[in-house]
Every structure is written in structure tokens, then in C-alpha cells.
Ligand binder design. Structure first.
Ligand code: CP
Length: 315
């Protein structure tokens, strides 16, 4: 391995933001800054992961996360295998543990996992010998999304400490919200949660997060407005009367955005539902960082893979 990085991240896996320190997070964000430059060059190929095998194991649909992990692994020189669960033996009743043991026998170096059940990625990490990255587990965590959001904020605002970030929408079902709340609080931002009471986690104020059911009040003076999709696949019952009604009270349009600071930025992890949680005017407007988030996704995933590579055995 010609340019295996020295260890800046003292963890074998990336399973969540919980448990990571401010220096851990800052080290990953600093490493990602360098990867932004690599990705903007004509020659994008590094050799950090040359000879390594990366498996992307996605039990849930993904556009951004899966493709950016594939691009990130390839830019670092890894052999990347995308495992399609739709055509795998999972469909024939194989358990997650048996799937993990089968893949482990093929001696991968990194497994990237998305699963519909909270905790499934932690369980899988206990059953394999390689490094594991959580690419989203149920309503639990999506650590690389929070890291790419933080990188995007840092590059546009110069830092994270002291900013007011309003996370708006379906907080209770969102792994993106959970990972962002943990990361932003660790790095010193003030986090507000804006949602109808049915979509706010009960008792969340006790953990130091301000909650607002009035979106205009929640956006007042915000530096960052982070919108979330209604996660219907994780809803058991009806949480909002109708999407039309939801947009009226909680959809981000230009009028509601006017309550945030004039230099506020708008973010969304995607996929977006235009006309439900965000208007097209705002999503495509001058204050939107949504496309930049996607670019930062590749850089952050390269940084995470490179950080974990420093723990892989060399022989
Ligand atoms: N933000 C996000 O996780 O998007 P995908 O579901 O497309 O990966």
C-alpha cells in the first residue's frame, strides 16, 4: 500500500455519530476537505485502497449514498462490489447473520451497510472481521449524511460553533435528524427542532434541543434551515392530515424562509418531495446548498474510507 494514511480516527468502524468526540469529527471533516480538491481534479484516482475489497450492502433503496460510496471507493482504488439485495438470497429467507458470515468468508476489507432495522448495522459489525460503515439503519443513525452536512455548513459559514440550525419536518422517524442533532451539538451549534407535535420525539427538550410547532417562530434568526422528507415508509398510521395541509404549515417556501437570517442557507438530504416539505422555488433558489451537499457526500465518504483504511491490516 503506497499511501495508507496515518491514523487520525481511532475507531475501526463508523456505526454512528454517538460516541464520537469533537476531535474525531473535526479530523474526518479536515480529511474530507482534501478530498474535495481531489474530486475536482481531472485525475481523481488515489491508491489508498488499492488491493482492498469494498462491499456495498444495501437492504433499502438509495440513490445518493450508494452511488457516492461506490464513487468514493473507486476514487481511492478499491475493488467495489454492489450487492443487490433484491436479487440476493435474503429474498429466499437468509438471515442478516448468515448473509454477514457468507460475505465475511470472501474476506472483504470494508462493508458499507444500509438496513431498515435500527441496530442491524451494529449487529453485523460484530459478526465480520472487516471495517463496517453505517449507511443508514432504520430511524437510528446516518453518520455520513451528518458529516457531509457538517462539511457543507463549515465551507459556507466558516465554522459550526455558535450557529443556529433549524431541523424541520419528520424528526421522529429521521436517522438524518438524529445524526445531525448529535454532531451539531458536539461541535457547538444551537439546534432547533421544528415540526408538528406528532413528528417530534417525546421528551427531546430534556436533551437540550429547543422545539417549535410554529415554523415561522422556529426559523426566526436561523443560520441554517435543514428540511426533512416525511418518512412514510417508517410511519405506522397517520401523522399529518394531508400533504397539502402539511405544506401550508411546515413546507418551506420563500415567505417562511424570510423569517430566517437574510444570509441563511437551505439544506435537504434528499430525496426531496417538492410541494410537500419544500417548494421548488426554495429548493432551486440562491440560498439552497442541496446540490453542494451531494458533492460533499463523495468527499466525506472518501475521507471515512481513508480513515478506516488506516486500521486495516497490511498483510
Ligand atoms: N440522503 C440519502 O441518504 O439519500 P439516499 O436515500 O438516496 O441514499
Amino acid at each position: 500500500m503506497s499511501d495508507t494514511p496515518r491514523s487520525v480516527f481511532p475507531h475501526r468502524h463508523l456505526l454512528g455519530i454517538a460516541g464520537l468526540s469533537a476531535p474525531d469529527l473535526t479530523a474526518l471533516l479536515d480529511l474530507a476537505e482534501a478530498q474535495v480538491e481531489v474530486s475536482r481534479q481531472v485525475e481523481k484516482k488515489k491508491s489508498t485502497l488499492r488491493g482492498r475489497t469494498q462491499i456495498n450492502l444495501f437492504f433499502e433503496p438509495s440513490t445518493r449514498t450508494q452511488s457516492s460510496f461506490e464513487i468514493a471507493g473507486k476514487r481511492l482504488g478499491a475493488d467495489v462490489m454492489n450487492m443487490s439485495v433484491a436479487s440476493s438470497s435474503v429474498k429466499k429467507g437468509e438471515t442478516l447473520i448468515d448473509t454477514a458470515a457468507t460475505l465475511n468468508a470472501m474476506r472483504p476489507d470494508l462493508i458499507i451497510v444500509r438496513h431498515h432495522a435500527a441496530g442491524a448495522v451494529h449487529l453485523l459489525a460484530q459478526k465480520v472481521d472487516c471495517s463496517v460503515v453505517n449507511a443508514g439503519d432504520g430511524a437510528h443513525e446516518h453518520p455520513t449524511q451528518a458529516l457531509l452536512d457538517a462539511l457543507t455548513i463549515r465551507r459556507n459559514k466558516g465554522g459550526i460553533a455558535g450557529l443556529t440550525v433549524a431541523i424541520c419536518g419528520d424528526i421522529v422517524h429521521s436517522r438524518v435528524a438524529r445524526s445531525n442533532m448529535l454532531l451539531l451539538a458536539t461541535l457547538g451549534a444551537r439546534v432547533r427542532l421544528v415540526a408538528p407535535s406528532t413528528l417530534l420525539p417525546p421528551g427531546i427538550e430534556a436533551l437540550g434541543f429547543e422545539t417549535f410547532t410554529d415554523m415561522r417562530r422556529g426559523l426566526e434568526g436561523a443560520d441554517i434551515v435543514m428540511m426533512l422528507r416525511l418518512q412514510r415508509e417508517r410511519m405506522n398510521g397517520s401523522f399529518v392530515p394531508s400533504t397539502k395541509e402539511y405544506f401550508r404549515f411546515y413546507g418551506l417556501d420563500q415567505e417562511k424562509l424570510g423569517y430566517a437570517k437574510p444570509d441563511a442557507f437551505v439544506m435537504h438530504p434528499g430525496p426531496m418531495n417538492r410541494g410537500v416539505e419544500i417548494s421548488s422555488e426554495v429548493a432551486d433558489g440562491a440560498q439552497s446548498l442541496i446540490r453542494e451537499q451531494v458533492e460533499m457526500g463523495v468527499a466525506v465518504r472518501m475521507a471515512v474510507l481513508e480513515a478506516l483504511a488506516s486500521h486495516l491490516p497490511n498483510r
